[in-house]
Write a protein that binds this ligand. Structure first.
Ligand SMILES: CC(C)(COP(=O)(O)OP(=O)(O)OC[C@H]1O[C@@H](n2cnc3c(N)ncnc32)[C@H](O)[C@@H]1OP(=O)(O)O)[C@@H](O)C(=O)NCCC(=O)NCCS
Length: 139
């Protein structure tokens, strides 16, 4: 992902989340050398992205999202696969994330790649209020 992708990534964020990352937050995170972002591009258009932060050998997934017109076509899987491969190459101990407990598509996606439920955070989310599941993939 580069600065040229920021407008489209921010638009996907806006469509997907009740508290989306602003373009400015995405831009500042992209400049952070501990962050690692990937985009999926089709015919020059950004159709999905994924982002994580690295703390030594620990990976913290910020977000993954696919444009609603391009879902259920394997784009989310491709993004998670690339990120997991990148973590493996860099000898990470684990990659971890939070997800809304009602978000069946995302939970199914992460489970397919070996993330397991390791805990929950009560009322972690707002609009609507909801618990977060903590899911971690160990390498
Ligand atoms: C979660 C998300 C990224 C999945 O992207 P995607 O490109 O549709 O995912 P894929 O096509 O690669 O699907 C991979 C697997 O995820 C699961 N999955 C995807 N969509 C699903 C749905 N609507 N219902 C149930 N499972 C689903 C399935 O296991 C699927 O495998 P299958 O196609 O063999 O059944 C997408 O739904 C999305 O952007 N959601 C909104 C943003 C979001 O909630 N992000 C996660 C924040 S933690």
């Amino acid at each position: 992902m580069t600065a040229a992708h920021l407008d489209e990534v921010a638009a996907i964020e806006n469509d997907c989340f009740s508290h989306p990352w602003s373009r400015r937050s995405l831009e500042s995170e992209l400049k952070n050398e501990t962050s690692h972002f990937l985009v999926a591009v089709e015919d020059g258009k950004v159709i999905g992205y994924i982002g994580m932060s690295a703390v030594i050998d620990e990976g913290y997934l910020f977000n993954a999202a696919v444009d609603s017109h391009y879902r259920k076509k394997g784009v989310g899987s491709a993004l998670v696969r690339e990120l997991v491969t990148w973590c493996q190459k860099h000898d990470f101990a684990f990659l971890t994330l939070e997800v809304r407990e009602s978000n069946a598509p995302a939970i199914a996606l992460y489970s397919r790649f070996g993330f397991v439920r390791v805990g929950e955070r009560k009322n972690y989310y707002s609009d609507p209020a909801e618990n977060a599941l903590l899911m971690t993939k160990y390498f």
